[in-house]
Design a protein around this ligand. Structure first.
Ligand code: GTP
Length: 582
């Protein structure tokens, strides 16, 4: 396909505004997928994604579209994830397109993520097509939403496309509009080959499959491919496009979106954001890549059953193959045994990883309270990164602790008369510590606005704050995994909350168990789990041995998800209940 007839575009939308449905309808209308084959939400391949209705990894699909004047075009749709945790993935997809459909639900209107993603897209200087979806619904207010799009982004009313991804209204017009408004890719066919890796998967036969957007030149099977960042080279096993299944083709040309099977075994050998070139005629200038997003949220993941450690490690390594933003580091906690300190992009990312481990790998896990990474300036002038509260060095060596700060955007209905009273919705901008966001902020925001507010955030940098470490002791034994770093003013309250929650979650033992919170050597809170009056076996003494065994077995069942802390059995729920320190 000639470059002038290629269009690369993506869809950006707030969650549930209909991105996947729109993609499905495109696939159907362009005949890319025959109606009988249509699985709902083709682009969301992972089960978990389909169930949760969110899109996690960017993917691509190639479609053919014939315009009313009979000309065939190749449309490459690159999928973008909708959730705030994944804005890194959104920016990868954006770098590979010339156009974006900005989809807004006609019954809802502009949301925080719409704003955040639009701002991101504008940085890439791309053609934006405003699309109002779900116009088939009786509660749709397309005119109000069009006015909002004008107000927030400056789109003209006559630029807005009105569609129903469900019923198909306006879909042909939208395809024609993409051909008309989105510019053809600019790359030069006669320059040395350059392609941007925007995603990758692993295939046990073909190795790492790099999803690429070709900027210049072309690449065929058997060409020698070179990774620009490392200089490593390899013979190309296969090139192809997604239509929507991976389909081998002879040659990938400038402007096209497709894949290159590299045979590499390790994702690091051909990382997302890298530029691929041709070894025999290499380009000298790599394409602008992406800013690598560092993990922002950290938590310890431990197998509930210590014997599952090796399985947990294998599972995490496998997940990491497809998820470069997940970081893993072995960790050994006195209380919890062997596990991993993992880094995530946000809470949602953490939840998804946990759920996949439990479901796909059948692992029972204990997840410690999530924390953020701090920058610690030591008195000797060194700066260290601390992503685990228990690793905070001694206070005497610390000159200052800096914490990650977010810039957040909230969009909410204007029920409280904020700002211009005429406006139906208000946009609020704040800065706040990331750690506060972890402490149930999102749930609170949702419940206080009856679910109407939407939220997005960007990382703004580190800022010094009066922070201290609060330790938790169960039966005089410090549980490192439960240590938290807290603002000095809130430390005692946080400590008390933790201790109270733990007290109510730990069942009575044979002996009295003190639960304490301390800052340094100072105990700031204490609760006691009182001793049990009778033990389970007491009534069986001298009795029937089989009955005794049965009881013990029952107990074992219940203990599956227990951890020994010192001599105390702590159920997994005790740890989980601490995830939500409000
Ligand atoms: P994420 O993948 O979570 O980002 O969601 P999404 O934006 O892909 O939304 P999705 O396509 O899953 O649509 C959300 C819901 O809206 C689904 O129940 C769809 O059936 C419904 N929906 C999407 N488009 C339309 C439409 O045009 N009309 C109507 N009535 N419902 C629609």
């Amino acid at each position: 396909m000639e470059q002038q007839r290629i269009r690369n575009f993506c869809i950006i939308a707030h969650i549930d505004h209909g991105k996947s449905t729109l993609a499905d309808r495109f696939l159907e209308i362009t005949g890319t997928v025959r109606p009988g084959e249509m699985k709902e939400q083709f682009l969301d391949q992972m089960d978990l994604e389909r169930e949760r209705g969110i899109t996690i990894k960017g993917k691509a699909v190639t479609m053919k579209h014939r315009t009313p004047d009979g000309v065939d075009y190749q449309l490459n749709l690159i999928d973008t994830p909708g959730h705030v945790d994944f804005s890194y993935e959104v920016s990868r997809a954006l770098a590979a397109c010339e156009g974006a459909l900005l989809v807004v639900d006609a019954t809802q209107g502009v949301e925080a993520q719409t704003i955040a993603n639009t701002l991101l897209a504008l940085q890439y200087d791309m053609e934006m097509i405003p699309v109002i979806n779900k116009v088939d619904l009786p509660s749709a207010e397309p005119e109000r939403v069009a006015a909002e799009m004008e107000q927030f982004f400056g789109f003209r009313r006559d630029e807005v496309m009105f569609v129903s991804a469900k019923s198909g209204i306006g879909m042909q017009e939208l395809l024609n509009c993409i051909v008309e408004r989105v510019p053809a890719p600019k790359g030069a066919a006669d320059k040395p080959f350059r392609a941007l890796v925007f995603d990758s998967t692993y295939d046990s036969y073909k190795g790492i499959i790099a999803y690429v957007r070709v900027a210049d030149g072309s690449m065929s099977k058997h060409d020698r491919l070179q990774v620009m960042s490392s200089g490593r080279s390899v013979e190309v096993i296969e090139v192809g496009v997604f239509s929507p299944e991976p389909t081998p083709i002879d040659v990938l040309n400038a402007g096209q979106v497709g894949y290159v099977a590299t045979g590499f075994k390790d994702v690091q050998e051909c990382a997302v954001g890298d530029t691929l070139t041709n070894q025999s005629n290499p380009s000298t200038e790599p394409l602008p890549g992406y800013v690598e997003l560092k993990s922002m949220v950290f938590a310890g993941l431990y197998p509930a059953d210590g014997e599952d450690y090796t399985r947990l490690r294998a599972a995490l390594e496998k997940l990491k193959l497809n998820d470069a933003s997940l970081s893993i580091e072995p960790e050994n906690s006195g209380a919890l045994g062997f596990g991993f300190r993992c880094g995530f992009l946000g809470l949602m990312h953490l939840e998804i990883v946990q759920e996949r481990l439990e479901r796909e790998y059948d692992l029972a896990l204990i997840v410690t309270a999530p924390s953020v990474a701090y920058e610690v300036l030591l008195t000797n002038g060194e700066v260290m990164r601390v992503d685990n509260p228990s690793r905070l060095p001694s206070p005497t060596t610390i000159s200052e602790i800096r914490e990650p700060i977010l810039g957040i955007t909230i969009v909410t209905p204007n029920s409280s008369g904020l700002g211009d009273a005429e406006q139906a919705r208000v946009v609020m901008e704040y800065t706040m510590p990331l750690a506060e966001m972890l402490a149930d902020f999102y749930n609170q925001l949702k419940s206080r606005t009856q679910g109407y507010a939407s939220l997005d955030y960007t990382f703004e940098g580190y800022r010094a704050a009066p922070l201290v470490r609060v330790d938790i002791l169960v039966n005089q034994t410090p549980v490192e995994a439960l240590s938290i770093i807290s603002h000095r003013d809130n430390a005692v309250v946080h400590g008390r909350t933790l201790v109270e929650k733990l007290r109510s979650a730990i069942p009575r033992q044979m002996f009295e168990v003190p639960i304490q919170a301390s800052i340094g050597t100072r105990i700031v809170a204490r609760e006691t789990v009182r001793a049990m009056r009778k033990d389970v076996l007491a009534k069986c003494y001298g009795g029937d041995i089989t009955r005794k065994r049965k009881l013990l077995e029952k107990q074992k069942e219940g203990k599956k998800r227990m951890k020994m802390v010192g001599r105390v059995e702590v159920p997994q729920e005790a740890f989980l209940s601490l995830l939500k320190i409000g």
